[in-house]
Design a protein around this ligand. Structure first.
Ligand code: NAD
Length: 263
């Protein structure tokens, strides 16, 4: 407890699987948390859950924000100015569209939508985080961007726009980590494996074959849980990870290290 005490954090996609679990853990660890999401209804349900689970949370608020719109990301970051300024941003909002497919069948509008949210949204978050850290003369800050294991390993179940977007997140995070290292601003990527969250599970539905096609590649034999990602984000946000910068942190149950998995 108290690992994030005194830190002001903005979390995007905060009403979804990973974002909500991270909001809960951040609040438990003493951070003041601004939960940002595009869905008003999901946000109010998520806020109620955080308040119920962490009644002692120092400060938890919500803000409607479409991360593909710069003015909305800027407003979310600047909301923290009156709290003493942003210390941590978790650029986590992302989509995996049902019509995303291979090189032949991915519609151009789905390609553009995916890049706008998954890549441009992360860029806007990083940009306004740096501006805020400088405005408040902070000598340290932690920026965590959600990528995916599909940015590290290829997959025969195509979703090309999504894969390309997550590769871009890794690349831009790495460059920013080096550019801002002397200012004390750390940039790291989180690479989750397939999880039990609505993003994937709604898409898999009751299709057992589609599910097995993925499960067989897990050494552990199971999908990950959102909270297992959230613990890694707490570490990257905290000063415990003060010498980690430009890292691609795969939280994947060993999936990206596996050749043949146990029977
Ligand atoms: P989720 O669908 O449960 O949550 C995503 C949240 O983002 C939702 O609350 C949604 O309303 C919000 N959102 C969507 N578009 C937005 C926008 N334009 N602006 C602001 N908010 C927006 O998904 P999740 O599994 O928690 O995924 C979070 C991140 O993790 C995503 O970037 C996703 O690509 C990544 N990821 C997920 C998995 C997985 O298997 N679930 C695996 C690897 C990476």
């Amino acid at each position: 407890m108290g690992r994030l005490e005194g830190k002001n954090a903005l979390i995007t996609g905060a009403a979804g699987g990973i974002g909500l679990e991270t909001s809960i853990l951040f609040a438990k660890e003493g951070a003041s948390v601004l939960m940002a999401d595009i869905s008003e209804e999901a946000l109010s349900r998520a806020l109620a859950k955080v308040k119920q689970l962490v009644p002692t949370a120092p400060r938890v608020e919500t803000i409607l924000c479409d991360v593909s719109k710069e003015s909305q990301v800027q407003a979310a970051v600047e909301h923290l100015d009156s709290w003493g300024g942003l210390d941590v941003i978790f650029n986590n909002a992302g989509i995996m569209h049902a019509r995303d497919d291979d090189a032949i069948n991915t519609p151009e509008e789905i390609w553009d939508l995916t890049q706008n949210i998954n890549v441009k949204g992360v860029w806007f978050g990083c940009k306004h985080a740096v501006l805020a850290l400088r405005r408040h003369k902070k000598t340290k800050g932690s920026i965590i961007n959600t990528a995916s294991v599909v940015a590290l390993v290829g997959s025969a179940t195509p979703q090309l726009a999504y894969t390309a977007s997550k590769g871009a997140v890794l690349a831009l995070t790495r460059e920013l980590a080096i550019v801002h290292a002397r200012e004390g601003y750390r940039f790291n990527s989180l690479c989750p494996a397939p999880l039990n969250t609505p993003l994937l599970q709604d898409w898999l539905g009751d299709d057992k074959a589609k599910r097995l096609r993925r499960e067989v590649h897990f050494p552990t034999g199971r999908f990950g849980e959102a909270v297992e990602q959230a613990w890694a984000v707490v570490f990257l946000a905290s000063d415990e990870s003060s010498f980690m910068n430009g890292h691609d942190l795969a939280v994947d149950g060993g999936m990206t290290k596996a050749y043949v998995t146990p029977e």
